[in-house]
Design a protein around this ligand. Sequence first.
Ligand code: SF4
Length: 752
Amino acid sequence: MSQLHYRTCHLCETMCGIEIEHDGEQVLAIRGDKNDVLSQGNICPKATGIQDIHTCPDRLRKPLKRVRKNPAEKSHDDEWVEIEWDEAIEYAAGELARIQNQHGMDSIGSYWGRSTAHNVGATLSVFPVQKIMASRNIYTGSTVDQMPHNFAWHHILGHQFLCTVPDINRTDYYLMLGTNPKVSNGAQMSTGANTYKKLNAIRERGGKCVLIDPRRTESVKYMDEHHFIRPHADAMFLLGIIQVIFAKGLAKPGRMAGHINGWQKMESVANEFDLDRIAEVTGIARADIERIAEEFATAKSAVCYGRTGVSMVQFAGLTQWLMYAVNIITGNMDEIGGMMFPKPALDSLDLTNSSWGTYHSRVSGRPEFSGEFPLAILAEEILTPGEGQLRGLVGTCGNMVLSMADGHKSEEALQALEFYVAVDPYLNETTRFADVIIPPCGPLEKGHYDMFYHLYDTINWTKYSPPLFVTEHSKWTDFEIFTDLMGRFAYKRAQNPVRKFFISCAHKLARKFIKPETIIGIGLRFGPYGKGLNPLKKDGLTLAKLKENPHGIFLGDLQYTFPEGLRTVDKKIQLTPFAFVNDLPRLKAYFVDGGMEKEAAESEFDLRIISRLTNRTLGWMHHSYRLIKGKNPCELMINPTDAEARGITAENLVSVTSRTGQIQMPVIITDEMMPGVVCMPHLWGHNRPGTRQRVANANPGVSMNDLTDVTGFDALTNNAIVNGVPVKVESVDEVTSEEATHEDETVEEYVV
Ligand code: SF4
């Protein structure tokens, strides 16, 4: 008999409510939950793929240990044998302890991929694991696509996770840069998958939506206007907007008057840039910049927001700073209809660190940010011999080979590791370099609470999802694996019997009594809406109350947070932090003093490549047949004039070459692209030797990160440059219909 289960889709920060019809063992259907307090029945196609992950025969149910053919080195011909949990975790703990004993604290490290934040057990493990390993070699997916935001929040507002959220439900003017809300449904803002309806609502109430992007994306039909912009030039556009707002006397601090430092400095900094030059290098007419600035500053409320298109570029830190500056100087920071801040039921802000430059990396001297190093230096830390060389790695929730810049360099580094334990459900492009793979249970076999993403709420709300299926595997969530691994590791590292005794007791107690639900329950009870220890506070939140409300609990609209909520020392917004002002000469050298022209004259790479999202896939959902079936989206979008100049027709296969690599794919010739810019999806490039993932491998595509450059990152924030990488595109040959579609019979065979 079929039953219904309600939970939050864990795949992205949009946090849609889903209704799962099941028979107690198998999923029968996944639909939007019409009663979900946030998403009200809206979902995107990706949610339906969760059932494929649940049933996928390639998802590991037991740990795998590598048995080397040649003891001296790993090879893709090595054998993988299934082993028991105890043996796997004991082996991993022993090897990590051995390396750290022999080579020092920083000889082991950890990597936490992007989906850590979508997984309560992994999120709750991050800080205990980092503390127990006590190594400076900490890497996360943040420096692939979001570090510039954290960097700006740290310097302007005082904490890396004081996350600004566009008040999309109440704004009158929405200026967006490098974001595609129709497809992403709102990145770094949790709206439910109905963002396009909210964009329509802005226009229906007399407001305006403006998009700045080098591609005329799927979102443009929900906009009043769209402007192409040259990749990397967004900071210049924003300087133009700020300059005009000051020049026309439209700058106003609003209710933050008296709580902002650096007002005059901001005006003088913007005035250093000539508006005609700004128009020339951005590709946006001066009259349009002046008009948008005036419209923005005079709107009843307005918000300027940007996402990956402007955080994975050469001047990403500056762009984020200037975006927030536009909001601040128009009185739209912490204002209704502007940038606002949620008040989560379980406030994780105080559990996290916020720092910059307190120590530096061993090889290239890059500064730490909030206790982590940029992912772009992971390979050099592994491959460069010397004291402190990284030899042992714990990796989870990410596929570095496909997601970080220069995939081939990542492969070389992972191959060179002395020991690598992957906590991961698949034998994929990255984990095939592991010595042992320990697989957490599937997404429906564990509870879910968005520890992290409520920091991006566009309304205040909360929801807990219990496990749908409780299986033998359920006792090995990410949290249980890390708790056991770290308990055993700490025991092996302890030097004296007394310490070993206490660690052994703590390990046993933690394994028995500390579960993610225990921590969530305590956090809710003592959070801002919690019941605390007061039995008379009937409406106070507890975990039990959330379990009684499977569609979530609405906690109110976003409210004012500042100045009390500011984390800066003087409780003021820092409009012109020195870190950003000091980076302006780099921008000037490139866009004003001839850097851009010199680069163009000297380089054979005459086009810029940017990435695009698709609404059916995320990198870690390529194991879902229903999401990746059919035509592979790895096609290069190119403007007709660029295609014609290179003799490329729609029937051609093209090669795309950068400083680091070359890939081939079919083309789409379209005026959706700005001339001079080409575009492809990222996180593809499967079917590499030694992987065990039949669905992904049957429709592999090619990897954009075989083109990106590990030495290319925003010098201020250390974020990888993925958008705007210089490339050349050449016609290779005519493509056959089979190559054009990438369809592969094995996908069908596997599903049947
Ligand atoms: S937008 Fe799609 S992937 Fe993201 S939470 Fe909603 S249904 Fe899931």
